[in-house]
Design a protein. Structure first.
Length: 200
């Protein structure tokens, strides 16, 4: 299973999103998450879906209701990311043909999300659970289900997480902070990709 990164673009605006998306995509990060709390988030999602939808997965983040799932889908999102395990959100996401990335923090939540149809699990908050915590319950989960460490994971820790069974990472401020220039994001993206390909 190939490893991957989802870039969480907190605070991104529609005016900024095309150049930031290009910086990430050109660096090899092709899964982008626009949190719904970002300014005019649905406009950013709509813009990315129309212009970068063929080269990147465009996700709506922080989704907490079925109404938000439907609004994101209407805007063109093809992935839904939530901080929690809500089977109604997962079911609606799958019904609409979108990728489902729910947050989960316990074996029970992980198994509940998988049974509801989750595409992959976001272990959140990863900084509190740690690689050892994930490794302890990884064996009870079905083979082939991707687990992404989300929240407070540094590139220097990638190796430890991968050894524990992580399939990838959801990265926010280490990649992008509101107002960042594309050049800075491009540099950070390349550093992250290098850390992913050559974990310590």
């Amino acid at each position: 299973m190939s490893l991957f990164i989802i870039a969480t673009l907190r605070g991104i605006t529609p005016a900024e999103v095309p150049a930031i998306a290009d910086a990430l995509i050109e660096s090899g990060i092709t899964r982008l998450e626009v949190p719904l709390k970002a300014p005019e988030a649905l406009d950013s999602i709509r813009l990315l879906a129309r212009s970068r939808g063929e080269t990147a997965q465009i996700g709506a983040g922080g989704v907490l209701s079925i109404q938000e799932v439907r609004a994101a889908a209407k805007a063109g999102a093809n992935a839904i990311l939530s901080p929690n395990t809500d089977t109604m959100i997962i079911t609606e996401t799958c019904k609409l043909g979108l990728a489902s990335y729910p947050g989960a923090a316990t074996p029970t939540e992980c198994l509940t999300a998988i049974r509801a149809g989750a595409t992959a699990l976001r272990l959140f908050p990863a900084s509190l659970i740690g690689p050892r915590g994930m490794a302890a319950f990884r064996p009870i989960l079905p083979d082939g289900v991707p687990i992404l460490a989300a929240g407070g994971v540094a590139p220097t820790e990638f190796g430890e997480w991968i050894d524990a069974g992580a399939s990838g990472f959801c990265i926010a401020s280490t990649l992008y902070r509101a107002g960042d220039r594309p050049e800075a994001v491009r540099l950070r993206a390349r550093i992250l990709i290098s850390a992913l390909e050559n974990p310590m």
